[in-house]
Design a protein around this ligand. Structure first.
Ligand code: ATP
Ligand code: MG
Length: 472
């Protein structure tokens, strides 16, 4: 088959010509070929294999481009990268790899195209298009990757036990591609992942997180997490989720399976947000339930303060996985910590003051929090489902009203500590905090409007209660 149509981007002609000049063969391989055959239009990154030096080819291409891009050389890997039109183009010399037990880093020798295709992770990622002038666009597909694309199958080119054991990251990649593409992992491959799952321990957390993020960025992440669980990988990566599995029953009282519930929440939220960190929050929102689970004879199962416990666990989990301990982590913590607040709110009448407090506490994240809580509704009872969603609609409406009227988001009290000190001629002292707190409470309760005049009056009366007198 010829797919010259895939190679319309002008860069391919330049690569082809550069390779001719060096008298070597070159091919485009991997994700680009796969994505073209899947009908994906956008080009993200391109992988080029040279039968010879990939670095030399990259340099030749750079020389022939009018933009004269910088070539980044990775000597240890024998690869080079350059950017053109926002596309990252990676060059590598065809290679043959052999692995040993304890490392992901293989012994590498120069090889043929076929050797290079053998070392690829999946048949659908091993297809190459010829870039030489006489065979421009010819497909080289030794493992029938096109059939596997057609049949939506993830399969390794060689024995899956060897493929996964050689580089255990491929187990994560298999599951990630299955999730992104909605493909099935072929049975032998799935069994091999299960057999080799413990080897994931030799992979760095950073690489694991890259794959986890890609799973979470898919339309239906539950596909990936169910596979991670089924193959045994999840217990090495996110044991906090495994701890949510199962239903206990005491005296006829059961609680829901919080693992499957969590996956439903994640799928739900993906319909409403692309924010990766909000998706992480959905994944972790209930992790505090495992360590806080108790049974009480009178009230049944409780998960007291699981939100607080969960938010502490978020920090430890991010740290363990070497994820950034920055404002993203804090955002996830905050979402987890507040994840029951709106629900508690709709169980009673939705009062203005409760909504005002919610907006005050959640600040700019109040909409994200509502999105999380709506996704958290997984009841199979249609009446309840409708009731909860309606109640949240009321809350959202009230948030808008309260916001317009009271401006409590990112609330700055209308009276500062300095003004209190000046008014009563005070040095820094506890009284100032007491008065400030009283003003904040009165505003959030709705006893006074969020305005200077009203707050000033309250300051005077609160000061009086404390035996203070206004000076001047
Ligand atoms: P995407 O970029 O959409 O995530 P991709 O298939 O391009 O998908 P990359 O990580 O960019 O994935 O890798 C490019 C190619 O390199 C793959 O298509 C595959 O042929 C090969 N490859 C990447 N990682 C591995 C690995 N761990 N083992 C074997 N081959 C791999
Ligand atoms: Mg790629």
């Amino acid at each position: 088959m010829n797919y010259i149509k895939a190679l319309q981007h002008p860069i391919f002609k330049v690569i082809s010509q550069s390779a001719e000049e060096l008298k070597i063969d070159s091919y485009v391989i991997g994700g680009f070929v796969r994505d073209f055959l899947l009908g994906k239009e956008t080009v993200k990154d391109i992988d080029i294999v040279a039968i010879g030096s990939g670095i030399a080819l990259a340099k030749q291409v750079a020389k022939n481009l009018s933009t004269k891009p910088k070539v980044q050389v990775f000597k240890t890997y024998g690869t080079a990268m350059l950017r053109y039109d926002d596309i990252e183009i990676e060059f590598v010399g065809a290679r043959k790899e052999s692995y040993n037990e304890n490392s992901r880093n293989p012994v590498v020798e120069n090889g043929t195209l076929q050797d290079d295709q053998n070392r690829r992770d999946f048949t659908i990622n091993a297809m190459a298009l010829n870039l030489s002038e006489s065979k421009f666009g010819d497909l080289l597909d030794p493992f029938n990757g096109t059939d596997d694309l057609e049949n939506k199958i993830i399969r390794t080119p060689l024995d899956p036990d060897i493929t996964y054991s050689d580089d255990p990251l491929r187990m994560m990649r298999a599951i990630r591609f299955a999730t992104q593409l909605g493909f099935t992992i072929e049975k032998e491959s799935l069994n091999a992942i299960t057999r080799n799952c413990e080897r994931i321990k030799i992979i760095t957390n950073e690489r694991i997180v890259v794959e986890l993020n890609k799973i979470l960025e898919s339309d239906k992440p539950s596909i990936g997490f169910l596979l991670l669980e089924k193959t045994g990988l999840l217990k090495y990566i996110l044991p906090e989720l495994i701890a949510l599995k199962g239903i206990d029953e005491i005296e006829g009282q059961r609680h829901k399976d919080n693992f499957y519930h969590t996956l439903e929440v994640v799928d739900n939220i993906c319909e409403h947000t692309d924010n990766l960190w909000l998706r992480w929050a959905a994944l972790l929102h209930d992790i505090g339930k495992a360590p806080t689970k108790r049974f009480h004879k009178k009230i049944g199962w409780t998960f007291h303060a699981h939100e607080f416990e969960g938010s502490k666990m978020v920090y430890r989990l991010f740290k363990r996985l070497k994820m950034p301990l920055n404002d993203k982590m804090k955002f996830v913590q905050k979402m987890v910590f507040m994840s029951s607040r709106p629900i508690a709110l709709v169980n009673e009448e939705v009062t203005d003051s409760a909504v005002r407090r919610l907006v005050f506490d959640a600040g700019d994240y109040v909409e994200d929090l509502m999105t999380l809580c709506e996704a958290d509704i997984t009841t199979k009872n249609p009446k309840k489902f409708k009731k909860y969603h309606n109640n949240f609609k009321i809350v959202r409406q009230k948030i808008v009203e309260v916001e317009e009227r009271d401006h409590v988001r990112n609330f700055q009290p209308p009276i500062t500590g300095e003004e209190i000190m000046k008014t009563f001629n005070l040095k820094p002292s506890r009284e100032i905090g007491t008065i400030k707190e009283a003003i904040k409470e009165a505003i959030l309760e709705g006893d006074i409007p969020n305005e200077y005049e009203a707050a000033y009056e309250l300051m005077l009366s609160e000061g009086k209660k404390l035996g203070l007198t206004k000076v001047g």
